[in-house]
Write a protein of this length. Structure first.
Length: 337
């Protein structure tokens, strides 16, 4: 095995006898990463004659790993790359093409396999969609290690930055189009980001969309209001409109900025940064009940005075339980569901 795979020692028994009943083998390690290395990485080490991956390797830097759902999603993201969510596989199967017509000022690269087209049209509610756009903001690296365009799939498993990391039909469709795998579509996870948002969401820039936050309230926010606490799109965090997704950032002419709710809320008086509703150690988050089973829910406008001054609250953490087809909510001030 060459490249990063050469750092792994394959057991002698695996070399002589193989591994029975295994379609894919992955060797994993947990060792500190170098200055220029990623916290988690994975690679395809060997492919069969039909280019189907048979061996992979991955490494976790223990310093960055936690016992949270996020770390699980990061691992799944990297395993997907090892299974050949990769430039080589997409090129081999002729899945990537450039859109013939200009979209948001450029001819965009996209995955245009049969299943990807079908699932993308259904998810976004856009019948003219030719495929699913790939990210290109990081230049050559993004062409080598492909990801979905963050603007279109922020909460998806194969977004450039792993957040919610939902394993949706969009990523499953890529594996279906490769021809190496059978997909169990019943395991797809829903994603609210971009769902039934229509063709305008995909084709128009945020900068040129009138009333962006009002048109897509669960994705974008009003950059003029950086104080109001809101839910992030994946409903795992409470934050403010202080983050953004930037497209074509290297061009002053084409640059487009899409304001989004940050997954971090900094409380000045204590100097604490809160990240997630699941964090049971959060002792101050206005009107919120955090801990296991807690999600961010939209709230009618609440107001509170604290060490940061007068703050509006439109998103709060509350514990949510789904049992026997019934949704129950336990919020701050109640003793139970």
């Amino acid at each position: 095995m060459n490249g990063p795979c050469s750092h792994f020692t394959v057991p002698t028994r695996h070399k002589s006898d193989g591994v029975s009943n295994a379609g894919f083998i992955i060797y994993a390690a947990a060792r500190p990463s170098g200055t220029n290395s990623r916290a988690v990485w994975a690679a395809t080490c060997n492919t069969l004659t039909d280019f189907r991956p048979s061996i992979g390797a991955m490494n976790f830097d223990p310093k960055y790993m936690t016992d949270t759902a996020w770390s699980v999603r990061v691992a799944a993201h990297e395993i997907a790359h090892a299974l050949w969510f990769s430039q080589e596989s997409m090129r081999e199967k002729s899945l990537v093409k450039k859109r013939e017509r200009s979209v948001r000022g450029k001819h965009r690269r996209m995955v245009a396999g049969k299943h990807v087209q079908e699932k993308a049209k259904a998810h976004f509610g856009c019948d003219s969609l030719e495929g699913m756009e790939l990210e290109d903001e990081d230049g050559p690296r993004e062409k080598e290690i492909p990801h979905w365009r963050g603007r279109h799939a922020r909460d998806e498993l194969m977004a450039p930055t792993v957040g919610a990391g939902y394993y949706t039909a969009l990523t499953m469709a890529v594996f279906a189009d490769m021809g190496y795998y059978r997909v169990n579509w019943s395991m797809e996870e829903p994603m609210s980001w971009g769902h039934r948002s229509g063709c305008d969401f995909l084709e128009k820039k945020c900068n040129t969309t009138d009333n962006l936050a009002a048109k897509y309230p669960h994705m974008f926010c009003d950059a003029k209001d950086t104080e109001t606490l809101r839910c992030t799109s994946d409903r795992r965090h409470v934050g403010t409109c202080t983050a953004s997704i930037v497209e074509d950032k290297k061009s002053l002419v084409d640059k487009d900025v899409c304001p989004v709710v940050s997954s971090e809320f900094h409380e000045i008086s204590s100097g604490t940064t809160y990240r997630t509703c699941l964090d049971e150690n959060v002792y101050y988050l206005p009107w919120s009940l955090t801990g296991g089973g807690s999600w961010c829910l939209d709230a009618e406008l609440l107001e509170t005075k604290d060490g940061d001054g007068h703050k509006s609250v439109k998103g709060v953490c509350a514990q949510v339980s789904c049992e026997e087809g019934t949704v129950k909510v336990n919020h701050l001030g109640r003793s139970g569901f």
